[in-house]
Structure formats: C-alpha cells, structure tokens
Design a binder for this molecule. Structure first.
Ligand code: SF4
Length: 403
C-alpha cells in the first residue's frame, strides 16, 4: 500500500513528526495557546496523567533522545554500565531541548531514575523537580494512603507554581477523558491483535506515542480518526508468525528496530512499549463498586486514581509480585491472543527488565511457548543481527512450531 492510497498516511505522518520533535514544539505551542499554564515532563514508567490534566498541567512523557541525540555531556554523569536513557535525557536538558517544560516528575521506576531525579534537582534548581514514590504494597490503608498523600503533595506543589487547585469536579472530567482514551487504545490493540496487517506494530507505536505530548482529548480524537480509517484501508494479510514483544520498559527501542522486526516475518500483535499507558488494566474506576476499600472511598475521584493503581496494576517488573508466579501473566496473554511466540527485548543494563527475564523465560519454557531474547539501546543503529535472529525465530516457529 503506498502512502498515496493509504487514508491513514496523514495521521501516521503527523504522529511520526511528533516523535521526531525533540524540541517539544507542540508543547511550546500548547503553552502559547494557554498562557500561564504549566507543562511537566514525566519520566517512565508511570505517573497518573489525569491528575496533571485536572489541574491544567500538560503532562509530557519524556522517553530520552532515542537515536537522534548525540550524547556528549550526558556521559559525564553516569558510569558506563547502565542504560542509555538517563544520559540522553541529561543531554537534552543541558542542550535546551526540554526548555518548554516547567519541571519534571521522576516516578520510582528504578535506581537510575532515582539518581536522575537528584541530578536534575542540582542541574536545574530553578525548575520544579519531584520524585514520585509509587507504593509497592497495595493495601488501601498502607500503600493506598501513602500514594494519595504523594498525589496531593504534587498537586499542591504545582498549585504553588501556578497550576489550578485540584478539585473533584476537574478530576472527574480528566478521568472520564482518560478512560475514553484508554477505551480507544484498547480498540487499537484489539484490531491489531485480530488483523495485524491492518495496524502494524510501528503504526500502533507511533499513534500511542503521540499521546506523550498531546492533551488527552486531542490524542483521543487522533486515535478515533485513525481507527475509522484503519477499518477500511486497503491491505492484505501476510504469512507471518504471531509474536508478542515484551521487556521494553522505559528506554524505548528505535522506531527502526520495530520496523526491522516487522520485516522479519513477525506480526507483532502486542507489546509493552510505552508501558506507562497500560500500567493500569482497564479503566480508572469512576463510580464503580470495588467492595471494601476503606479507608479510601472509591466515590472520591482522587481515591479512584489511587485504587486504579493499587488494585488494577499490570504484572510488570516495576511492581512487586509476591506469591504469584513471574511470567504467568505473559503465558496467559500468549494463550488469550493466540500468539505463537515471544520476543524478549530489553534495554541493555536495565535491572528491572533483566532481573525478571530468567523467570519469564522459565515460565515460557514450562508452557512450551517459543521465545528468543535480545537487548537493545535507544540509540542502536545496526539492526541486521536482530533481523537475522528474528527471521530465524519466525522461520523455526513456522516450520516446527518451536524456536
Ligand atoms: S531502562 Fe531500565 S534501568 Fe534504565 S532507567 Fe529505565 S527502568 Fe531504569
């Protein structure tokens, strides 16, 4: 299908332009259109975007510089044996790429992000900087209250810098908007899993990633427009293997790497790129009966945001999973999506992803699900080896049902 005949091409081109806009021109334009409003960068993996939107703040997901920022100064701040995203993020900060932002929030994803938050505070003392400590115990009286305190703290600190005060009415609107977006992201995922030739992984990636810089309502409109066109775009199935990609975490693979996997005989029917948007399973539960949630009250929109995290968090390595078997959720996902194999693709030196990987591999082996593994960096440029590995994997699954 050529770009000329594909009705989805203009939307995809816009989404790709947003990804490539390392100077956050869209954010600057939003601020110009909303004088006095704040834009706050959020490092991966997860922070509750409706909280920011409810107080008139544009939350901007920061995924580092990818493969288009030369890291020179950023390397001076980190030892060589950690992942790449903190270096390129520092480089972007020092190089003025993030000047449109009024501050940054650093969720407690890993030690690297924690250290980055400290460096940020020292390097940019004039900007807002906050470490968001996400709870790892999920009972309402413990982790729930703690998390609510964290969210109230951030809302109050941003109000001191010019954001609107947090009100129940505004938060309800923001949650409703977010749930609508989540519904469309779920529709996109369902269409891609059913007809992966209709929505390629790289396209789903671009469309989802556009939400990193767009206000929720604008991103929702983009998703709706795309879905309307995707259902009727001229395309055809390929004889590919149905594969899930897992382990991406916060440092994102280059778009070229995703496209390389697509060209290696794999239909990537699901992934955990941009994990933060799917950290919560389903909707944020507005006005739902969740049973006994005391001392939290599910009818309060702020408590609903809290409960969505404590009760509906996905099983990922950023979340403490006590008695459950690591990898079980993935095996269940493989079965429910009728996948034929799994590609484990983790950022080099990513502790959370790589600590879980042996247990996940064991779970896949026990379930006799074919898998293959490799590591990448956000600035990886040579994809030939990965193409050969993924191509051999898809061939072996196709021929023998095993890798
Ligand atoms: S890629 Fe992994 S180790 Fe690096 S900042 Fe992200 S979660 Fe932490």
């Amino acid at each position: 299908m050529s770009a000329n005949t594909d009705p989805c091409a203009p939307l995809l081109a816009r989404a790709e332009a947003l990804l490539e806009d390392l100077h956050l021109g869209t954010v600057s334009a939003w601020k110009a259109a909303n004088p006095g409003s704040l834009a706050i960068g959020i490092m991966p993996v997860f922070a509750p975007r409706p909280l920011f939107e409810a107080i008139g703040v544009l939350p901007v997901n920061i995924y580092g510089g990818g493969d288009r920022v030369d890291v020179i100064k950023g390397d001076a701040y980190y030892q060589s044996y950690i992942c790449h995203i903190p270096r390129s993020t520092i480089e972007m900060g020092l190089g003025g790429h993030l000047d449109a932002l009024d501050g940054m929030v650093f969720p407690s994803t890993c030690d690297v992000i924690r250290n980055l938050s400290g460096m940020w505070r020292m390097l940019f003392p004039q900007k807002y900087s906050s470490y968001l400590d996400l709870p790892q115990t999920f009972e309402a009286p413990l982790g729930g209250l703690f998390y609510r305190h964290e969210l109230n703290r951030i809302a109050a600190e941003l109000a001191e810098r010019g954001a609107k005060p947090l009100t129940e009415d505004n938060l309800r609107v923001a949650i409703a908007n977010e749930n609508e977006r989540r519904g469309l992201l779920a529709d996109l995922a369902a269409l891609r899993a059913k007809e992966p030739w209709r929505v390629k992984a790289s396209e789903a990636y671009l469309l989802t990633r556009a939400g990193a810089v767009l206000p929720c309502v604008e991103h929702t409109a983009m998703l709706r427009d795309f879905l309307a066109q995707a259902h009727v775009r001229p395309t055809r199935p390929y004889d590919n293997v149905r594969v899930i990609v897992l382990g991406a975490f916060c440092e994102q693979p280059p778009l070229g790497l995703i496209r390389t996997l697509e060209r290696s005989g794999c239909d990537l029917i699901d992934d955990d790129f941009q994990l933060g948007l799917t950290t919560i399973e389903g909707n944020i539960p507005l006005d739902e009966d969740l049973g006994d949630t005391s001392p939290l009250d599910a009818r309060s929109p702020l408590d609903a945001v809290v409960l969505s995290y404590t009760m509906r968090g996905q099983a990922t390595a950023t979340r403490y999973i006590a008695e459950q078997v690591k990898g079980k959720a993935l095996v269940d996902r493989v079965r429910s999506l009728n996948a034929e194999g799994v590609i484990l693709a983790a950022p080099s030196f990513c502790d959370p992803a790589l600590l879980d990987q042996p247990m996940i591999e064991q779970a896949l082996a026990d379930a006799q699900i074919p898998f293959t593994s490799f590591k990448y960096a956000e600035n990886s440029a040579q994809f030939q080896t990965i193409r050969e590995q993924a191509g051999a994997f898809s061939d072996s699954v196709k021929l023998w049902g095993a890798a």
